[in-house]
Design a protein around this ligand. Structure first.
Ligand code: TXA
Ligand code: MG
Length: 347
């Protein structure tokens, strides 16, 4: 029924979408299969969000703990109405940021037998579901044609950096998914902003390309969950925050300090990886050094971060500079501090 793993990679030019291939992928989702597809943030590993067995296959393919809920991707914001309790603030956010890199947690609805329409196995046993309407053309067409919400975590082995290019997907998912759709390099490179809403308050559980400042343009009260920046020992609002995340195999250590102090610290370090800024590369010029972009260019840092972490891997330690937490910088900082398991050296 599905192509076997040896022909699992399909090339699709996102500008010339091949309807036949999308239809094949949509059928695969409807029939309980797993499809890796591009989104504007990172690649997703998609399955029918109404099918418990398909959801279980996602957890198995990723090696993901079953209490970490999946995001349900929909073709338009009002589709959420069928599965969840929506409200006025949700629609205000949807008008401004959907389709796009925003995920909203909403209470799940029950069917007439009192059973949640989105199964508990998809939402890690929670009474809420995460709703996202991606903007990527291939993703939208796939979800529309599948005719069901598509549960899709990032298409990486659990704990590894999310995939932002076909080569990453192949590294992690080859032979584990029924189909892989190549959509080129991800436009944003970091996962969506995940928020909860409570009347007129927004809480950011995971920062992304929709920044706190963007959200404040729609709603006066926006807070950032402390688990975004700090180690957290209690029960986190977003179960995903518990686990070491976004990490290469190497130990990652963040360096906090002025340029000169960082250069001094790195001067005698050998055989390590270094993740730095454009302006650092002439001074740190040696193998194993990669730039994530200009110091203030958070969009480029976001786009390159996960690819750099994968490309630098193979050493024992990767030292990284500490991005500022302004705007999209907060998301870059969040992924790096998690990859580092909160290991920071202050210089
Ligand atoms: O950009 C993205 O969001 C990508 C693409 C593929 O859409 N998807 C993605 O999914 O990053 P995943 O599963 O890797 O991350 C989902 C995050 C996890 O941290 C999870 O704990 C949280 O969202 N989450 C999902 N449902 C939740 C819920 N009901 N309550 C709280 N957190 C939830
Ligand atoms: Mg993920």
């Amino acid at each position: 029924m599905f192509p076997n793993p040896s022909d699992a990679a399909f090339n699709i030019d996102t500008k010339i979408i091949t309807p036949d291939l999308i239809e094949q992928a949509a059928r695969c989702v409807r029939e309980g299969g797993l499809v890796v597809f591009p989104t504007e943030t990172v690649y997703g590993l998609g399955a029918n969000a109404l099918d418990s067995r398909a959801a279980k296959r996602i957890y198995a393919a990723k090696g993901r703990p079953s209490d970490n809920p999946l995001i349900c991707h929909m073709s338009s914001p009002d589709r959420a109405e069928i599965y969840c309790e929506t409200n006025e603030l949700y629609y205000r956010l949807a008008r401004r940021f959907m389709p796009g890199p925003l995920t909203v947690i909403l209470p799940k609805k029950n069917d007439k037998n009192g059973v949640p329409v989105i199964p508990d196995s998809v939402t890690g046993g929670l009474a809420t579901a995460a709703v996202r309407v991606p903007s990527n053309a291939v993703a939208r067409e796939l979800i529309e044609r599948a005719g069901v919400p598509v549960a899709a975590p990032s298409a990486n082995i659990s704990g590894r950096p999310s995939p932002t290019a076909l080569r990453h997907v192949i590294e992690d998912m080859y032979g584990r998914a029924d189909m892989i759709i190549d959509g080129g390099e991800s436009e944003i490179g970091l996962e969506s902003t995940v928020i909860t809403i409570d009347r007129n308050t927004i809480k950011i559980l995971r920062p992304g390309a929709v920044t706190p400042e963007d959200l404040r343009g729609v709603c006066g009260s926006v807070t950032v969950d402390p688990a975004v920046c700090e180690k957290f020992d209690g029960v986190p609002l977003s179960p995903g925050m518990k686990y070491r995340h976004y990490a290469p195999r190497a130990r990652v250590i963040m360096l906090e300090g002025e340029d000169e102090a960082v250069y001094g610290f790195l001067a005698d370090k050998q055989d390590c990886g270094i993740l730095c800024y454009d302006t650092d590369t002439p001074l740190l010029d040696r193998p194993g050094t990669m730039s994530m972009g200009k110091k203030e260019d958070h969009a480029t840092q976001a786009r390159r971060l996960f690819a750099c972490l994968r490309d630098l891997d193979g050493v024992e330690v990767i030292y990284t500079r500490m991005p500022s937490r302004d705007g999209l910088g907060l998301a870059v900082y969040n992924r790096l501090i998690k990859a580092a398991g909160y290991e920071v050296i202050s210089l």
